[in-house]
Design a protein around this ligand. Structure first.
Ligand code: NCD
Ligand code: ZN
Length: 346
Protein backbone atom coordinates (compact mmCIF):
# COMPACT_ATOMS: atom_id res chain seq x y z
CA UNK A 1 0.00 0.00 0.00
CA UNK A 2 1.43 3.38 -0.99
CA UNK A 3 -1.16 5.63 0.60
CA UNK A 4 -4.33 5.41 2.62
CA UNK A 5 -6.93 7.74 4.04
CA UNK A 6 -8.58 7.79 7.43
CA UNK A 7 -11.19 9.98 9.02
CA UNK A 8 -9.42 13.06 10.41
CA UNK A 9 -7.97 12.30 13.86
CA UNK A 10 -8.08 14.16 17.17
CA UNK A 11 -5.44 14.30 19.90
CA UNK A 12 -7.04 13.47 23.25
CA UNK A 13 -4.15 14.68 25.42
CA UNK A 14 -1.53 17.33 24.79
CA UNK A 15 0.24 20.37 26.22
CA UNK A 16 0.21 23.55 24.15
CA UNK A 17 1.87 25.71 26.85
CA UNK A 18 1.21 29.47 26.55
CA UNK A 19 2.50 32.77 25.23
CA UNK A 20 4.88 32.70 22.26
CA UNK A 21 5.12 28.92 22.47
CA UNK A 22 1.54 28.71 21.10
CA UNK A 23 2.80 29.92 17.72
CA UNK A 24 4.91 26.77 17.58
CA UNK A 25 2.66 24.17 19.19
CA UNK A 26 -0.77 25.02 17.80
CA UNK A 27 0.17 24.93 14.08
CA UNK A 28 2.05 21.66 14.67
CA UNK A 29 -1.12 20.00 15.94
CA UNK A 30 -3.64 21.79 13.72
CA UNK A 31 -1.80 20.62 10.57
CA UNK A 32 -3.34 17.20 11.15
CA UNK A 33 -5.71 17.01 14.14
CA UNK A 34 -9.17 18.60 14.16
CA UNK A 35 -9.54 18.73 17.93
CA UNK A 36 -7.29 18.35 20.94
CA UNK A 37 -7.81 17.97 24.64
CA UNK A 38 -5.65 20.75 26.06
CA UNK A 39 -3.97 20.07 29.37
CA UNK A 40 -4.42 22.78 32.00
CA UNK A 41 -1.01 22.54 33.74
CA UNK A 42 0.14 26.07 33.05
CA UNK A 43 1.79 28.14 35.74
CA UNK A 44 -0.56 29.15 37.31
CA UNK A 45 -2.86 26.26 36.35
CA UNK A 46 -6.23 26.67 34.59
CA UNK A 47 -8.57 26.22 37.55
CA UNK A 48 -11.79 27.92 36.47
CA UNK A 49 -14.00 28.66 33.48
CA UNK A 50 -12.79 32.21 33.04
CA UNK A 51 -9.16 31.10 32.79
CA UNK A 52 -10.05 28.22 30.45
CA UNK A 53 -11.99 30.44 28.04
CA UNK A 54 -9.24 33.06 28.00
CA UNK A 55 -6.69 30.29 27.29
CA UNK A 56 -8.92 28.93 24.53
CA UNK A 57 -9.02 32.38 22.90
CA UNK A 58 -5.20 32.54 22.98
CA UNK A 59 -5.01 29.12 21.32
CA UNK A 60 -7.51 30.11 18.64
CA UNK A 61 -5.54 33.30 17.98
CA UNK A 62 -2.47 31.12 17.30
CA UNK A 63 -4.37 28.77 14.94
CA UNK A 64 -3.43 29.28 11.27
CA UNK A 65 -6.44 30.49 9.26
CA UNK A 66 -6.24 27.55 6.83
CA UNK A 67 -6.89 24.99 9.58
CA UNK A 68 -10.25 24.14 11.02
CA UNK A 69 -9.17 23.27 14.55
CA UNK A 70 -11.06 23.28 17.88
CA UNK A 71 -9.28 23.15 21.20
CA UNK A 72 -11.23 21.22 23.86
CA UNK A 73 -10.58 22.82 27.20
CA UNK A 74 -10.05 21.20 30.60
CA UNK A 75 -9.95 22.32 34.22
CA UNK A 76 -7.15 21.52 36.64
CA UNK A 77 -8.57 20.01 39.83
CA UNK A 78 -7.19 21.39 43.10
CA UNK A 79 -8.13 21.03 46.76
CA UNK A 80 -10.22 24.17 46.24
CA UNK A 81 -12.26 23.07 43.22
CA UNK A 82 -15.98 23.22 44.04
CA UNK A 83 -19.06 21.60 42.52
CA UNK A 84 -20.11 25.09 41.39
CA UNK A 85 -16.85 25.39 39.44
CA UNK A 86 -17.70 22.14 37.64
CA UNK A 87 -21.29 23.16 36.83
CA UNK A 88 -20.14 26.51 35.47
CA UNK A 89 -17.41 24.86 33.40
CA UNK A 90 -19.76 22.27 31.99
CA UNK A 91 -22.22 24.98 30.90
CA UNK A 92 -19.34 26.77 29.15
CA UNK A 93 -18.49 23.66 27.11
CA UNK A 94 -15.48 22.49 29.11
CA UNK A 95 -15.46 18.77 28.53
CA UNK A 96 -13.12 17.40 31.18
CA UNK A 97 -11.19 18.01 34.38
CA UNK A 98 -7.73 16.71 35.11
CA UNK A 99 -6.64 15.03 38.31
CA UNK A 100 -2.93 15.35 39.01
CA UNK A 101 -1.70 13.92 42.25
CA UNK A 102 0.25 16.76 43.93
CA UNK A 103 3.86 16.78 42.77
CA UNK A 104 3.34 14.17 40.05
CA UNK A 105 4.67 16.13 37.09
CA UNK A 106 5.35 19.52 35.43
CA UNK A 107 3.48 22.30 37.30
CA UNK A 108 1.49 19.93 39.50
CA UNK A 109 2.28 21.55 42.84
CA UNK A 110 -1.23 23.00 43.14
CA UNK A 111 -2.85 19.61 42.61
CA UNK A 112 -5.08 17.48 44.78
CA UNK A 113 -3.63 16.28 48.09
CA UNK A 114 -6.66 14.31 49.33
CA UNK A 115 -8.82 12.26 47.03
CA UNK A 116 -11.60 11.94 49.63
CA UNK A 117 -12.05 15.71 49.74
CA UNK A 118 -12.68 15.61 46.01
CA UNK A 119 -15.62 13.17 46.21
CA UNK A 120 -18.37 15.84 46.03
CA UNK A 121 -16.67 17.28 42.93
CA UNK A 122 -16.42 13.84 41.32
CA UNK A 123 -20.10 13.28 42.08
CA UNK A 124 -21.00 16.54 40.32
CA UNK A 125 -18.77 15.66 37.37
CA UNK A 126 -20.59 12.37 37.06
CA UNK A 127 -23.97 14.17 37.09
CA UNK A 128 -23.04 16.79 34.49
CA UNK A 129 -21.23 14.15 32.40
CA UNK A 130 -17.84 15.77 32.53
CA UNK A 131 -14.94 13.41 31.88
CA UNK A 132 -12.34 12.83 34.59
CA UNK A 133 -8.81 12.63 33.20
CA UNK A 134 -6.26 11.10 35.54
CA UNK A 135 -2.50 11.27 35.69
CA UNK A 136 -2.19 7.81 37.19
CA UNK A 137 0.82 7.88 39.47
CA UNK A 138 1.19 8.07 43.24
CA UNK A 139 3.80 10.49 44.46
CA UNK A 140 4.79 8.98 47.83
CA UNK A 141 8.57 9.23 48.03
CA UNK A 142 8.98 5.63 49.19
CA UNK A 143 7.27 4.23 46.07
CA UNK A 144 9.72 3.41 43.31
CA UNK A 145 9.12 5.54 40.20
CA UNK A 146 8.67 2.43 38.04
CA UNK A 147 5.89 1.17 40.36
CA UNK A 148 3.93 4.39 40.72
CA UNK A 149 1.31 3.64 38.09
CA UNK A 150 0.51 0.18 39.46
CA UNK A 151 0.28 1.51 43.03
CA UNK A 152 -2.01 4.30 41.82
CA UNK A 153 -4.36 1.74 40.28
CA UNK A 154 -4.47 -0.30 43.48
CA UNK A 155 -4.72 2.58 45.95
CA UNK A 156 -6.65 5.28 44.08
CA UNK A 157 -8.06 4.55 40.66
CA UNK A 158 -9.84 1.32 41.58
CA UNK A 159 -11.54 3.21 44.42
CA UNK A 160 -12.66 6.05 42.13
CA UNK A 161 -14.07 3.74 39.46
CA UNK A 162 -15.77 1.53 42.07
CA UNK A 163 -17.35 4.46 43.89
CA UNK A 164 -18.35 6.56 40.83
CA UNK A 165 -19.60 3.97 38.42
CA UNK A 166 -21.24 6.49 36.07
CA UNK A 167 -18.24 8.80 35.91
CA UNK A 168 -16.37 8.49 32.62
CA UNK A 169 -12.67 8.23 33.36
CA UNK A 170 -9.73 8.47 30.97
CA UNK A 171 -6.60 6.88 32.40
CA UNK A 172 -4.10 9.11 30.62
CA UNK A 173 -0.87 8.02 28.94
CA UNK A 174 -0.81 4.49 30.32
CA UNK A 175 2.59 2.83 30.50
CA UNK A 176 2.14 -0.64 31.97
CA UNK A 177 0.56 -4.02 31.29
CA UNK A 178 -1.23 -3.53 34.63
CA UNK A 179 -2.89 -0.35 33.40
CA UNK A 180 -3.97 -1.90 30.09
CA UNK A 181 -5.44 -4.87 31.95
CA UNK A 182 -7.19 -2.62 34.47
CA UNK A 183 -8.85 -0.70 31.63
CA UNK A 184 -9.92 -3.90 29.89
CA UNK A 185 -11.34 -5.32 33.13
CA UNK A 186 -13.24 -2.09 33.95
CA UNK A 187 -16.66 -1.03 32.74
CA UNK A 188 -17.26 0.79 29.47
CA UNK A 189 -16.87 4.05 31.40
CA UNK A 190 -13.11 3.58 31.71
CA UNK A 191 -10.75 4.13 28.77
CA UNK A 192 -7.11 5.09 28.24
CA UNK A 193 -4.91 7.20 25.99
CA UNK A 194 -1.56 5.85 24.79
CA UNK A 195 1.35 8.00 23.57
CA UNK A 196 3.70 7.26 20.66
CA UNK A 197 6.71 7.12 22.96
CA UNK A 198 5.24 4.42 25.19
CA UNK A 199 4.46 2.31 22.11
CA UNK A 200 7.84 2.87 20.44
CA UNK A 201 10.22 2.79 23.37
CA UNK A 202 11.07 1.15 26.66
CA UNK A 203 13.39 2.18 29.47
CA UNK A 204 16.46 0.87 27.65
CA UNK A 205 15.85 3.67 25.15
CA UNK A 206 16.16 6.11 28.03
CA UNK A 207 19.20 4.69 29.80
CA UNK A 208 21.33 2.33 27.69
CA UNK A 209 24.47 3.85 26.19
CA UNK A 210 23.93 7.19 27.95
CA UNK A 211 20.95 9.13 29.29
CA UNK A 212 18.60 10.25 26.51
CA UNK A 213 16.85 13.32 27.91
CA UNK A 214 14.53 13.66 24.91
CA UNK A 215 13.04 10.24 25.71
CA UNK A 216 12.32 11.29 29.29
CA UNK A 217 8.65 11.78 30.03
CA UNK A 218 6.23 11.04 32.83
CA UNK A 219 5.04 8.47 33.54
CA UNK A 220 8.56 7.25 32.81
CA UNK A 221 9.15 4.58 30.13
CA UNK A 222 8.87 1.07 31.58
CA UNK A 223 10.46 -2.28 30.78
CA UNK A 224 9.97 -3.88 27.36
CA UNK A 225 7.28 -6.32 28.55
CA UNK A 226 5.07 -3.33 29.37
CA UNK A 227 5.79 -1.74 26.00
CA UNK A 228 4.78 -5.00 24.38
CA UNK A 229 1.52 -5.11 26.37
CA UNK A 230 0.64 -1.60 25.18
CA UNK A 231 1.38 -2.58 21.58
CA UNK A 232 -0.89 -5.59 21.98
CA UNK A 233 -3.60 -3.35 23.47
CA UNK A 234 -3.70 -1.10 20.39
CA UNK A 235 -3.27 -4.04 18.02
CA UNK A 236 -6.35 -5.65 19.57
CA UNK A 237 -8.51 -2.86 18.16
CA UNK A 238 -10.30 -2.42 21.49
CA UNK A 239 -12.29 0.81 21.60
CA UNK A 240 -11.03 1.43 25.15
CA UNK A 241 -7.66 2.68 23.88
CA UNK A 242 -7.30 5.84 21.84
CA UNK A 243 -4.84 8.43 20.65
CA UNK A 244 -3.37 10.96 23.07
CA UNK A 245 0.13 12.12 22.20
CA UNK A 246 0.98 13.88 25.47
CA UNK A 247 3.04 16.15 23.24
CA UNK A 248 4.78 18.25 25.91
CA UNK A 249 7.50 20.65 24.73
CA UNK A 250 10.27 22.01 26.89
CA UNK A 251 13.06 24.21 25.58
CA UNK A 252 16.21 22.30 24.68
CA UNK A 253 18.21 23.67 27.57
CA UNK A 254 15.51 22.59 30.04
CA UNK A 255 15.72 19.01 28.73
CA UNK A 256 19.51 18.81 28.34
CA UNK A 257 20.19 19.77 31.92
CA UNK A 258 21.42 18.36 35.22
CA UNK A 259 17.74 18.22 36.25
CA UNK A 260 15.96 17.76 32.94
CA UNK A 261 12.24 18.30 32.44
CA UNK A 262 9.86 15.46 31.56
CA UNK A 263 7.99 15.60 28.26
CA UNK A 264 8.36 14.61 24.60
CA UNK A 265 7.39 17.12 21.89
CA UNK A 266 5.83 14.82 19.31
CA UNK A 267 3.28 17.03 17.52
CA UNK A 268 5.23 17.43 14.26
CA UNK A 269 5.40 13.68 13.73
CA UNK A 270 2.54 12.34 15.83
CA UNK A 271 0.19 10.78 13.30
CA UNK A 272 3.17 9.56 11.27
CA UNK A 273 4.66 7.84 14.34
CA UNK A 274 1.38 6.12 15.12
CA UNK A 275 1.12 5.02 11.47
CA UNK A 276 4.61 3.53 11.75
CA UNK A 277 3.64 1.65 14.90
CA UNK A 278 0.45 0.19 13.44
CA UNK A 279 2.37 -0.69 10.27
CA UNK A 280 5.03 -2.52 12.32
CA UNK A 281 2.22 -4.38 14.05
CA UNK A 282 0.74 -5.25 10.67
CA UNK A 283 -2.50 -3.63 11.80
CA UNK A 284 -2.67 -0.44 9.72
CA UNK A 285 -6.40 -0.94 9.31
CA UNK A 286 -6.80 -0.45 13.08
CA UNK A 287 -5.21 3.02 13.05
CA UNK A 288 -8.45 4.80 12.14
CA UNK A 289 -10.40 3.43 15.08
CA UNK A 290 -7.63 4.36 17.51
CA UNK A 291 -6.96 7.80 16.01
CA UNK A 292 -10.38 8.94 14.84
CA UNK A 293 -13.31 6.89 16.21
CA UNK A 294 -12.86 5.74 19.80
CA UNK A 295 -11.88 9.12 21.25
CA UNK A 296 -14.94 11.10 20.11
CA UNK A 297 -17.16 8.10 20.87
CA UNK A 298 -15.92 8.02 24.47
CA UNK A 299 -16.30 11.78 24.86
CA UNK A 300 -19.81 11.67 23.38
CA UNK A 301 -18.76 14.00 20.55
CA UNK A 302 -19.38 13.55 16.84
CA UNK A 303 -16.64 11.96 14.76
CA UNK A 304 -14.91 14.30 12.31
CA UNK A 305 -16.21 14.43 8.76
CA UNK A 306 -13.02 15.26 6.83
CA UNK A 307 -10.29 12.77 5.94
CA UNK A 308 -6.49 12.84 5.96
CA UNK A 309 -4.20 10.86 3.70
CA UNK A 310 -0.90 9.26 4.69
CA UNK A 311 1.58 8.35 1.97
CA UNK A 312 4.52 5.98 2.13
CA UNK A 313 7.44 8.37 1.85
CA UNK A 314 10.65 8.44 3.88
CA UNK A 315 11.42 11.68 5.70
CA UNK A 316 13.52 12.72 8.61
CA UNK A 317 12.21 14.32 11.80
CA UNK A 318 14.10 17.65 12.05
CA UNK A 319 16.81 17.91 14.69
CA UNK A 320 15.39 21.13 16.17
CA UNK A 321 12.52 23.60 15.91
CA UNK A 322 13.52 27.21 16.50
CA UNK A 323 11.17 29.49 18.42
CA UNK A 324 10.70 33.18 17.71
CA UNK A 325 12.73 34.05 20.81
CA UNK A 326 15.69 32.12 19.39
CA UNK A 327 15.32 29.19 21.80
CA UNK A 328 14.99 25.76 20.31
CA UNK A 329 13.03 22.60 21.00
CA UNK A 330 14.27 19.16 20.09
CA UNK A 331 11.29 17.23 18.74
CA UNK A 332 10.63 13.66 19.77
CA UNK A 333 12.42 11.19 17.47
CA UNK A 334 14.66 13.99 16.13
CA UNK A 335 16.85 12.83 13.27
CA UNK A 336 15.01 9.52 12.85
CA UNK A 337 13.59 8.39 9.54
CA UNK A 338 9.85 7.77 9.33
CA UNK A 339 8.13 5.81 6.59
CA UNK A 340 4.77 7.58 6.49
CA UNK A 341 4.08 11.22 5.75
CA UNK A 342 0.94 13.30 5.97
CA UNK A 343 -0.14 14.26 2.48
CA UNK A 344 -1.03 17.93 2.37
CA UNK A 345 -4.10 18.48 0.14
CA UNK A 346 -3.20 20.43 -3.05
C1 NCD B 1 4.02 16.80 30.92
C2 NCD B 1 4.41 18.26 30.89
O1 NCD B 1 5.59 18.56 30.67
O2 NCD B 1 3.54 19.12 31.07
N1 NCD B 1 5.20 15.99 30.93
C3 NCD B 1 5.29 14.68 30.61
O3 NCD B 1 6.36 14.10 30.75
N2 NCD B 1 4.26 14.03 30.14
C4 NCD B 1 3.18 16.57 32.09
C5 NCD B 1 2.42 15.29 32.07
O4 NCD B 1 1.61 15.03 31.20
O5 NCD B 1 2.63 14.52 33.00
ZN1 ZN C 1 0.43 15.18 29.68
Amino acid sequence: MQEFSILAPDDWHLHFRDGDMLNETVPATARCFKRAIVMPNLAPPIVNTKMALAYKARILAATPAEHDFSPLMTLYLTDNTSSEDIIEASKAGIVAAKLYPAGATTNSDAAVSSLENLYPVLQTMSEVKMRLLVHGEVTDSHVDIFDREKVFIDQKLSIITERFKDLKVVFEHITTADAAQFVLDSSENVAATITPQHLLLNRNDLLVGGIRPHNFCLPVLKRNTHQEALRQAVASGSNKFFLGTDSAPHEKQQKESACGCAGCYSAWSAIELYAQIFDELNELDKLEGFASHYGPDFYGLPRNKEHITLERHEWQVPSECTLKNGESIVPFYAGSTLNWRLKIPQ
